[in-house]
Design a protein around this ligand. Structure first.
Ligand SMILES: [Zn+2]
Length: 455
């Protein structure tokens, strides 16, 4: 824990650390149709890395990661700021109107009304508040109907390792800016075995849990490690040998299900997607696939042939790139290979101790631990020593974090969500009061005038 404290101290707001380096934009050749229908793009979601001095900063609306944050604690204030990132005043205004609209329409803002979530939906719809509203309402409905929170705490994907063998995929380190790197080797998918060891429904549930884990655990961990707000992923899709013939009906179904979930419910979490080893077979298929992708997503995709190494190295340090992609990672052998290791700051004991510590402190401050079960307390002090490889310890810690996050404290959450609305209403009342006073004065003058006329 001492180490953690030191690490926390180390976190200072650096000015535009790493810069908001724009990734290369796709060339016209790679995405010929994108240009025609491409919607205007906004800068990457982490653009606002430059943080203002503490005193200038308004208390941020509690974010999806706020459950990890400290309050009233100087030593961790900067860590909290790293997690939260800077709020662009213009975006903040739009988010505020968006939140108000949702509230006025009767959507009880108990969860997911935080700045970053709302901003992602706004950005996805090019800041068209009504369109973002429709999308967000669908999202809340889906979470509720699908039982996302319950799935994430209860669902166990026991076939995890077998699935990874016939569908190689996984998170592996970070890119040069500190974003998690996600890799899929689509060309190596053995769909027959996949359907023997799991079902599409179960895989979809697993995928959702992974998405939740990325939002609520991997991004905060990456933010602490990089000392700047991280909120998107760099993905690599290896499509060696992928062609129309491999894209069978179940494969299409799986692709569509995952794609639907990612674009409808987890918008704006993709920083860049590199499709590598794209051969002629894939290019035929790509024409069909791209029809299902929105312009904003398409603009983030680079389709590369076999000569992809330099592009990947530009974005990712070789030590964070598996050897099968031209990298030099040597740390995953004992875990069964790079796609089994889940290596990254989210499995680094110093970082996870810090995240858990922050969570515990916040919980202690706000709700006191009296209601937490002993099991939960024990799980929080879980030993994270063996987290070099993907194991259950980390998953359990994350799940407990999720549970605690969603231990419903509806009243507190409602009060928090109502605060900005209340403030706004107060302002309006004050304006009305002033107007009323003015009217009174006018009336008095008028009265006087009438009296004068009478006289
Ligand atoms: Zn590796």
């Amino acid at each position: 824990m001492q180490k953690t404290k030191e690490l926390l101290k180390e976190i200072r707001i650096s000015s535009n650390v790493g810069g908001s380096k724009q990734s290369p934009t796709p060339s016209a050749k790679e995405t010929p149709n994108t240009r025609k229908k491409k919607a205007p793009l906004h800068p990457p979601i982490e653009t606002n890395w430059l943080l203002p001095p503490v005193e200038e900063r308004q208390k941020p609306y509690r974010s999806f990661m706020s459950f990890l944050s400290f309050r009233n604690m100087g030593r961790t204030q900067s860590a909290e700021m790293v997690l939260e990132g800077q709020h662009n005043p213009k975006d903040e205004k739009l988010v505020e109107s968006f939140r108000e609209l949702l509230f006025l329409e009767g959507h009880l803002p108990v969860k997911h009304f935080d700045y970053h979530t709302l901003l992602r939906f706004l950005r996805m719809r090019d800041f068209d508040v009504m369109k973002a509203r429709d999308m967000f309402v669908q999202y809340i409905k889906w979470r509720d109907e699908f039982g996302v929170d319950t799935i994430c705490t209860e669902f166990k994907f026991e076939e995890h390792e077998e699935v990874k063998r016939c569908y190689p995929h996984g998170y592996h380190g970070v890119d040069r800016d500190g974003r998690p790197v996600y890799i899929e080797r689509l060309g190596m998918v053995d769909l027959n075995t996949f359907l023997l060891v799991t079902t599409i429904d179960r895989f979809v549930k697993y995928h959702i849990c992974e998405q939740e884990k990325t939002l609520n655990w991997r991004y905060p961990a990456c933010s602490l490690a990089a000392k700047k707000h991280i909120a998107s992923t760099l993905s690599i899709l290896d499509v060696k040998n992928v062609g129309m013939s491999r894209f069978s009906k179940p494969a299409r179904h799986l692709f569509m299900e995952i794609q639907k979930i990612d674009s409808n419910y987890y918008p704006e979490t993709l920083h860049q997607l590199y499709i590598v080893n794209a051969g002629s077979g894939f290019k035929v298929l790509w024409k069909a696939i791209r029809a299902f992708l929105d312009a904003r997503t398409l603009a983030k995709i680079r389709v590369l042939g076999t000569d992809y190494r330099s592009s990947l190295i530009e974005a990712i340090d070789p030590s964070n790139l598996p050897s099968f992609l031209g990298g030099e990672c040597t740390s995953c052998a004992e875990c069964g290979g790079c796609l089994f290791s889940d290596k990254g700051p989210w499995n680094d004991p110093e970082i996870t101790d810090m995240l858990q510590g922050m969570l515990c402190t916040e919980e202690e401050q706000e709700f006191s631990l009296t209601n937490a079960s002993d099991d939960q307390k024990t799980a929080f002090s879980a030993d994270t020593e063996n987290v070099g490889c993907e194991d259950n310890t980390m998953d359990e810690s994350f799940k407990v974090a999720q549970e605690r996050k969603h231990v419903d404290k509806p009243l507190l959450q409602k009060i928090q969500a109502l605060k900005p609305v209340l403030q706004h209403t107060k302002q309006k009342i004050r304006t009305l009061e002033t107007a009323l006073e003015n009217i009174k004065l006018v009336l008095q003058e008028l009265e006087q005038h009438i009296e004068d006329l009478k006289g």
